[in-house]
Design a protein. Sequence first.
Length: 207
Amino acid sequence: MTGQSDTNRPASMVRLAALLLAAFYLPPLLIVLGVIPFAYRFVVLLAVAAALGLLALLRGTPAAELGFRTDNLKPALAANAALVLLVGLALLAAFALGLIRHPRTVDWWRFAPFYVLISCPAQEFACRGFLFSEMGRRGIAGAGSQVAISAFTYAFLHIVYRNWLAFLAPLTIGIVWSLLYRRYPNLWGLTLSHAVVGLISIAVGLT
C-alpha cells in the first residue's frame, strides 16, 4: 500500500513536513487564531480532503494504496465492529456514572447525515488513507512513526474546539484507528467505526 518510495530521503522529509504544515496544521491554527471563522471549519476540512484527493488522482495513486479496498473488508469490518462495541459500552457507562459533562445541543437531523456521509469519510481519507500512503512513499515505514504521525495529525485538527478533552480523546482513539489501519488498510471499516464512535461521543457529551 506504500507505492513507490522516494529515494532522496532528506528532500522527501522536507516535502512531507511542508505537506503536513500546509494541509493539516496551518488550517486549524488559522481557525484558532480567528483568521478563518470557526463556522467554516467543515468547509476547510472538505477543501483539504478534496485537494489531497486531487493530488492523489494527479499522481495516479492506486485506490487500494489509499485504503479503498474490498479484499480485506471482512476482517476490517470485524475488527472495527469490536472496537465500536468496546468503546461504545465504555462511553455509555461513563455517561451513566456521570463522568462526562452534559451533552451539547445538536441538530441531529442535519448534523448526523453530514457527519456520517461526508465528515467522517473526509477525515479518514486525509488522516489515514492519504497520509499513510504519503508516509510510505517518503520512506516512513515503521509502525511507531506512522501511528504517531497519523494520530497526532488527526487530533490536531480538533484544536479548533479549544478544549483539551477534544484533543486528547481524538488522540487516543486516533492511535487505535491508526493501528487498525496498519493491520487492515481499509477505509470502509474505519469510516464506519469513526462514524458510530463519533456519534456516540457527541451524544453523551464527550466531544
